[in-house]
Design a protein around this ligand. Structure first.
Ligand code: ADP
Ligand code: MG
Length: 742
């Protein structure tokens, strides 16, 4: 039984509908111990024959036997197996891994065949000695001469310990001296193997061969045996295992760094993707933040993102101790005690010539800017105004307003009476801002008055008359108005109220009030000291000069009014210094016994703005996809240059699966280095060594989950590219890649 035997084997090539013959009806028996030279003119089918014998190419007709076994039914996997067990290849163009050292090239075969690294060192060095390259063992192969390279290839073919060595024109690229040395070496080292050498320089090899086969036009025309060969039925094949896990990792890492230019280019691509993704994301978040900040809350006037509104958990009003605690707290920029002043409706002022102004109120003690006209207020009846661009007061007509007396329109009746209180506008500032409102700066007392009015407006007021309780507004009376002329403990009521009192007369009757609002609840009983029926009784009781028949107000002494409505401030606002510490500030406020309301979390973004945000998301997605595609193709080009490497290791007995794994590990190593560099940059940024705004922004807006996601994306991309290009690499057969056909 022969080692290899071919019976009427033919090989055709089909390309573009044309059938070309590789070789036709070849009959051949090959045995171990033979040193066979195949010669013939170019194109006669020598390489094709070798490729079929090597299991690199299929055949169409006849039957090839390996150790007596038919191969026509062999699958790709079977041939992979066969190559690993039987075949060592040597090529005209060496097909070494140029970026590896001599040692690494030979070690590679043994690692791919499942040996442990530490077990093979001696073996590798022995082989290197055998081919006379010990001195060059740590030299990169790319620096060797052609003859030396072919010696490495011989050592590598021997390392596999296969029974067959196939060499296709191994001396084709060598000068004649190197060529004869290589052939001599080959004949020496491969004594008991089957060696098949293709050459068209037969003279060089003549003295070593045991057999000469000549081909012409795809047929064997001569087959001469010079020596009787003893057939040996006990063929020793290479015993290989699969590459170990650690050696896969080892080779993957070696390949990652092996070719510096490739490493740097891939690293640059990955870094570029990481940066592009994170910069894009951070700037998107930044936009989102700005949009959110510009959002509105229909119930709040001051929607500063730094503002926190406070109430006390025990529902009591704020006292000096509270204000003290709050102003001492960390990260508090400003404390506003009169919180309603920020949110209240503001105040309207009129004068008798119908000049009118409206503004949100603030305490004039808070005003620290420069006035354009006039001076600061000096008492409760003076105020100043800060005008926006939309004000009714403008620069040219300011003197119509300045130093004029105005009255408040808090109550129609009071504002109509002759003895109403007057307030003088003593200073004006134009701030040039395009805001909706002016700001009116008034005294503490006026702020308190408007606050009281605010509490009155927000309260549910119940009235108990003659043991029955009514809501104030259901009694058809007007509002409760504080008036000095009314005696403490009493009220003056309109005639309309009589219907609810015993005997339809309210005079001297008890009326009790119950006030409920979101801050407190309180009761007060008062005695009716007068009922007005007409102009005369009204004027007599109230001392007010203006009267009309629709007046139905209840008048009360200011002290009693204060008992019901002046209970102190139940709400305050603080403004933080540093938004980064916002959450900590909320926690310490909670710990101090305050309920907090973060204004920035209550803002509502208008639909049109939200749509712009959605568009931005779409644009961001498109940019990211484009980046991905670009990087993908750049990586593809770079990975393509690895084709020769992977074809080479396939020749050496690596399976597709192993090649895929090696490529995956190689790319993952590089993508993770890119991640590490990125992490390093961020750490340096965090420590303040890097101040570039791009990185500062990233640090600001990305949190741990997003970093994890980024890490995941980059590594997935690495993985996908490796799978995709492993496929691409294997689309062409290994042999056509090595022959440089594509
Ligand atoms: P040699 O090695 O003796 O120079 P080859 O074995 O390379 O010759 O080629 C034998 C014949 O097969 C030639 O006619 C060649 O054109 C043809 N051939 C070789 N490879 C291919 C291929 N991949 N596709 C089509 N024809 C091919
Ligand atoms: Mg050839």
């Amino acid at each position: 039984m022969s080692l290899i035997s071919l019976k009427n084997v033919s090989k055709f090539y089909y390309s573009k509908g044309v059938i070309a013959s590789g070789f036709t009806r070849v009959n051949l028996e090959l045995n171990d111990g033979e040193f066979v030279a195949i010669t013939g003119e170019s194109g006669s089918g020598k390489s094709t024959l070798l490729n079929v014998i090597s299991g690199l190419d299929s055949y169409e007709e006849g039957e090839m036997y390996i150790n007596g076994n038919e191969t026509s039914h062999y699958t790709e996997k079977d041939f992979e197996d066969y190559r690993r067990k039987y075949i060592g290849n040597i090529f005209q163009s060496f097909n070494l891994v140029n970026s590896y050292t001599v040692y690494q090239n030979i070690e590679l075969v043994l690692l791919l065949n499942g040996n442990k690294k530490k077990n093979i060192k001696k073996n590798v060095l022995e082989l290197i000695k055998k081919v006379g390259l010990y001195k060059f063992r740590n030299q990169k192969v790319s620096k060797l001469s052609g003859g030396q390279k072919q010696r490495v290839a011989i050592a590598r073919a021997l390392a596999k310990e296969t029974p067959i060595i196939i060499a296709d024109e191994p001396t084709g690229n060598l000068d004649s001296k190197s060529a004869s040395e290589v052939l001599k070496l080959l004949s020496e080292v491969a004594k008991d193997k089957l060696v098949i050498v293709v050459t068209h320089n037969y003279d060089q090899i003549e003295k070593y061969v045991t057999r000469k086969i000549t081909m012409s036009d795809g047929r064997i025309i001569e087959d001469k045996n010079f020596k009787e060969i003893n057939k040996n039925d006990d063929i020793k094949t290479s015993n290989y295992k699969n590459i170990t896990f650690f050696n896969k990792i080892r080779l993957g890492i070696r390949n990652a760094f092996n070719i510096k230019v490739k490493f740097i280019l891939l690293l640059a691509v990955y870094l570029f993707i990481i940066l592009a993704l994170s910069v894009e994301y951070a700037s998107f978040k930044n936009d989102e933040y700005i949009v959110k900040k510009s959002g509105i809350n229909a119930y709040l006037f001051d929607t500063s993102d730094k503002r926190i509104i406070l109430t006390k958990k025990d529902k009591s009003s704020f006292n000096d101790e509270d204000y003290n605690k709050l102003s001492k707290l960390d990260n508090i920029d400003k404390l506003v005690k009169e919180d309603h002043a920020i949110e209240g409706d503001g105040l309207s002022f009129y004068d008798d010539t119908y000049l009118y102004m409206y503004g949100r109120i603030k305490n004039y003690n808070e005003f620290n800017k420069k006035l354009d006209y006039g001076r600061m207020p000096e008492n409760d009846h003076e105020f100043i105004i800060e005008c926006s661009d939309n004000s009714n007061i403008y620069d040219q007509n300011y003197d119509q307003y300045l130093d004029k007396e105005f009255y408040l329109d808090t109550n129609y009746i009071l504002s109509q009476s002759k003895n109403k209180e007057k307030y003088k506008l003593v200073g004006i500032r134009f701030n040039g801002e395009n805001s909706a409102d002016d700001t009116i700066y008034v005294s503490d007392n006026l702020i308190k008055d408007s606050y009281k009015k605010g509490i009155y407006n927000m309260s549910d007021i119940f009235v108990n008359i003659n043991n029955k309780t009514y809501k104030l507004y259901s009694l058809s009376v007007g509002s409760i108005i504080p008036l000095n002329k009314v005696k403490e403990g009493t009220i003056i009521v309109p005639q309309i109220l009589n219907q609810y009192c015993k005997y339809e007369n309210c005079n001297n009757k008890e009326v009790s009030f119950n006030v409920k609002n979101r801050y407190y609840e309180d009761n007060l009983s008062l005695k009716v000291s007068g009922v007005y029926y007409n102009k005369y009784s009204y004027r007599n009781l109230t001392g007010l000069d203006y009267y009309d028949e629709f007046i139905t107000e209840i008048f009360i002494n200011p002290n009693d009014y204060n008992r019901l409505f002046e209970k102190g401030y139940f709400q305050a606002s603080v403004y933080v210094n540093d938004l980064d510490k916002f959450d900590e500030t909320i926690i310490s406020l909670n710990n101090l016994g305050y309920k907090t309301f973060a204004v920035k979390d209550s803002l509502y973004v208008e639909d049109s703005v939200a749509i712009v945000q959605i568009l931005k998301v779409i644009v961001t997605v498109i940019i990211v996809v484009v980046l991905f595609v670009i990087s993908y193709f750049v990586t593809k080009v770079i990975v393509k240059s690895r084709k020769i490497y992977f074809s080479t290791i396939r020749m050496l007995g690596s399976t597709k699966k192993v090649c895929k794994k090696l490529l995956t590990i190689e790319l993952l190593v590089i993508s993770n280095i890119a991640c590490l560099i990125f992490a390093g940059i961020l750490v340096l940024t965090n420590l303040g060594y890097i101040k570039t705004s791009v990185f500062v922004n990233i640090l600001e807006y990305l949190d741990i989950y997003e970093y994890i996601l980024l890490f995941f994306i980059i590594n997935t991309m690495s993985y996908v590219i490796s799978l995709k290009y492993a496929k691409e690499i294997f689309k062409d057969s290994a042999i056509s890649t090595l022959k440089g056909d594509n």
